[in-house]
Design a protein around this ligand. Sequence first.
Ligand SMILES: Cc1cc2nc3c(=O)[nH]c(=O)nc-3n(C[C@H](O)[C@H](O)[C@H](O)COP(=O)(O)O)c2cc1C
Length: 193
Amino acid sequence: MKKVLSYKAGELREFAETLRSRRTIELFLQKTVPEKLVNEAIEVAIWAPNHHVTEPWHFYRLGEETKQQCLDLCSDIVTAKKGDKAAEFKRRSWSEKPNWMVVTCKRSSNESSQLEDYAACCAAVQNLTLYLWKAGVGSKWTSGDIIRDPRFFEIVGINTDEEFVVGLIWYGYPKMTPMQFRKNRKDVSTDCP
Ligand SMILES: Cc1cc2nc3c(=O)[nH]c(=O)nc-3n(C[C@H](O)[C@H](O)[C@H](O)COP(=O)(O)O)c2cc1C
């Protein structure tokens, strides 16, 4: 007799492959990502779990003018830290990131709620990037110096009394997909009696 499964094994394998194959992308093609797809990605991102349904996230999609201001700021930050040559290199590399999105989290006066809200925002970013990945669009989540710089908040229009930055997400079609490794399941899990 044929075994009846409560799920479709093929679909589940495909889902697992989507989760496993998603990679942080460094190099992107200069090809337009449909706006509709990005809107859909945000729409599914917000179905992430969030304690007390606080919906603590906000998604800022940066236009060309804002991107250019971020590139100038990036140059200033790197020049001050590492000098002109390093700044020029970084600026060139960042100017090739085709699409920019900033994800913020609402501030909370309560420490445990803040942790929960941050966790929810991270789950939302994962939803967003996995949805894009399934559509062939890669991304990189960056948490470098720029996301804590007051000039960045001003450029993007972030009200720091009410929110903080979870990450700057670059996205686009991958030019190259790197390899990654993970530990074995047995090294990261314990079956408690
Ligand atoms: C919260 C967070 C912050 C990250 N910040 C950076 C970063 O600033 N620079 C960077 O190169 N990668 C950053 N990454 C990406 C990780 O380096 C990447 O996930 C890791 O190398 C594993 O690669 P994978 O995403 O392809 O599995 C960040 C990832 C997370 C989740």
